[in-house]
Design a protein around this ligand. Structure first.
Ligand SMILES: Nc1ncnc2c1ncn2[C@@H]1O[C@H](COP(=O)(O)OP(=O)(O)OP(=O)(O)O)[C@@H](O)[C@H]1O
Length: 259
């Protein structure tokens, strides 16, 4: 799915959180794009805009050429094509692992079957297959609140893929995991999106991971584009300027770096 972001501005709590953002993602380009930037730079906000959860105050977002928002209302058809993986999985605790994955199919059901949770056999087959793919089939009938943090995150990934999305947004999916679980979650996420050809926009703080796995890196700082290019362009100087240099919070116009 092609993502075009044009002069995007978002105001939250009376303050510009994103401003003047122009970006073209995916289409025929690299399929794993890392989104980095200091805490508070606007990464989560950007992902939420792309999921149709926060409307643009300025500019526009197009998914495959279609505006994502009409005024402040998201286009529901486009919204359904975008899957999301959250930092804390955001599972329904009282449902089993399998039921949580099945909720990813709800967007494909009609209103009544969705309300009644009437899944079809093919929904169950897809959800079961995905649960196997994240090595959690033996936990299919466990309640989500009985799973470990890493397992919950893998259920969240299976749920996002069960939606059969055309784009996946992952918001710091390994932030609260130990290194072993972080690696497992990330490996499974990358394997699944690559084999299905689903583009992934992945917000992360781990630059070692970014350097190893990303095809392209987009860095934002103070709500503006700071760097857009390959991981190899993330030199120590760029990294230092991104995390330790003067912020752009004052609204100072600084041209984006590109490698
Ligand atoms: N609902 C809100 N109301 C007001 N301000 C908000 C709201 N949500 C986020 N912000 C502010 O917007 C800015 C960007 O937040 P955002 O969560 O997008 O940053 P981030 O880059 O994802 O940070 P982190 O890496 O810490 O998750 C921050 O200053 C934050 O305090």
């Amino acid at each position: 799915m092609r993502v075009e972001i044009r002069s995007l501005g978002v105001k939250l709590g009376g303050r510009w959180v994103l401003r003047g953002l122009d970006l073209d993602l995916f289409g025929s380009g690299p399929q794993v794009v890392a989104l980095i930037g200091p805490s508070g730079s606007g990464k989560s906000t950007l992902l939420r805009v792309l999921k149709g959860l926060i409307p643009a105050d300025e500019g526009a977002v197009y998914l495959d050429g279609v505006p994502l928002y009409r005024g402040r209302t998201p286009n529901r058809t486009l919204q359904k094509k975008v899957g999301m993986v959250y930092q804390e999985a955001q599972l329904v605790d009282r449902l089993t692992a399998l039921e949580n994955v099945l909720t990813g199919r709800l967007t494909h059901l009609g209103l009544l079957p969705a309300l009644l949770r009437r899944f079809q056999e093919k929904d169950l087959a897809l959800a079961s297959d995905l649960l196997r793919r994240v090595d959690l089939w033996e936990h299919a009938w466990k309640r989500a609140d009985a799973l470990s943090g890493g397992q919950r995150q893998r259920v969240g990934i299976a749920r996002a893929l069960a939606q059969e999305p055309q784009l996946i947004l992952a918001d710091e999916p390994i932030a609260s995991l130990d290194p072993k679980n972080a690696r497992m979650v990330l490996t499974q996420l990358l394997e699944l999106v690559r084999e299905r050809g689903v583009p992934l926009l992945l917000s992360l703080h781990h630059l070692d991971v970014v350097r190893t796995y990303a095809d392209r890196v987009v860095a934002i700082k103070g709500g503006r584009l700071f760097y857009d290019g390959p991981p190899s362009g993330l030199t120590p100087e760029v990294e230092a300027a991104l995390y330790f240099g003067e912020g752009l919070e004052g609204g100072e116009e600084v041209p984006a770096l590109s490698a």
